[in-house]
Design a protein around this ligand. Sequence first.
Ligand SMILES: [Zn+2]
Length: 445
Amino acid sequence: MRTPARVSACLFALFSAAGAGAAPQLATAPFRPDSGTLTVRCGMLIDGISDTPVRDATVIIREGRVTYAGPTAGATVQGEVLDLGKHTCLPGLIDMHDHIADRPNDTHDLRIYFTRDAATQRVVAQENANITLAAGFTTIRSPGAYIAWAENDIRDRVNRGEVAGPRIQAAGIYLTIPGGGGDLLVPGVAEKDIPAHVRMGVARGPEQFAEKARLAVAHGVDFIKVIASGAVLAYGGVPGSPEMTPEELRAVVQVAHAAGIKVAAHAHGAQSIKEAIEAGADTIEHASLADDEAIALAAKRKVALSMDVYNGDYIATVGREQGWPEEFLRKNDETTEAQRQVFTKAWKAGAPIVYGTDAAVYPHGLNGRQFRIMVARGMPAMDAIRAATSVSARYMGWEDRVGALAPGRFGDLIAVPGNPLEDITLLEKVPVVVKGGLLFKYPAK
Ligand SMILES: [Zn+2]
């Protein structure tokens, strides 16, 4: 094997120009191997699927895709070499619940969306995309934005290579009842003063909802987001109480599945979780107040729960500091600990768990903080990692593309110093990010 140190020294030199001393950021331009092939030498490899890691491993990425991932002994070095001999390599992480077009400091006064122009919206989304990729999340699902189709815009700009960011699946709009958890009716603002593009997904009755679902499909969304029951950060409503009816949910699922796309249902309460599962939803977000029956149903039907078990801590502290509406804070207190207990039960009952943080309620870039709560609440570290890699990929319908370091999938790789199976918080500060075989982040020397 060629000495990797020589080549990696060049990479160090390249990236040390990016800003020594400061927290590692994305490179101004990603490093693209001249040969089209990048060989990554890893002290340890967690491939996103296997039960056990491989020590002294090599990953080879050619033309953006993984061609080899396994023991170094079985690898033939090709192209440029990135020496991460003291690091653990993992697949790029996946966040199933990252509102890429919104930011948390806007959440407490929703009126900001009534005046935000398209140019500002694009800057916000672009900043979030940069930060999210730098945090090691190379793929996300963006389940709705208040400004219609803002997610589609950032997704397409990342795909065209204009913006550094994760691979994105966009839902585009929230499908929600009038005054529901995804509607932007704000107390004290007359309905006529609210622009139509922030209420694009509001409907009532199965026919209207089917029509909204077809509108979303026509706009090229990757999946559909329904607000089955009340939201925590919305006025009126109880987080657990059903909003959309079973008939409305079924109408949306029918349109989505006929178009070959999945449905993510926002549901806190046990009844609405069960109704969403019965209606055919593919994943349930939040699931804070699930009962034993709802958990058993999710386990039986293999419907994944995406539970944002960290962000209650953020809302409780920052929300109080910033004077968020008392109603939001109260609902947050009512759902945070309850949700963590449900998480433990659901995991033990065999319900599929995917990694979803509700980033945008808490800041983009802190996505990795949720791992520590999942592990503290009973999930083995390897399973928490799989929840954020291969399991999420499966529920996105992207298991042929992302979620594992395995031949054929995209060359999306992160690395951390040390062993994340012993210290899961290592995933909160990811110093190395490769996406599609391009090196986007490397620590300055
Ligand atoms: Zn959300």
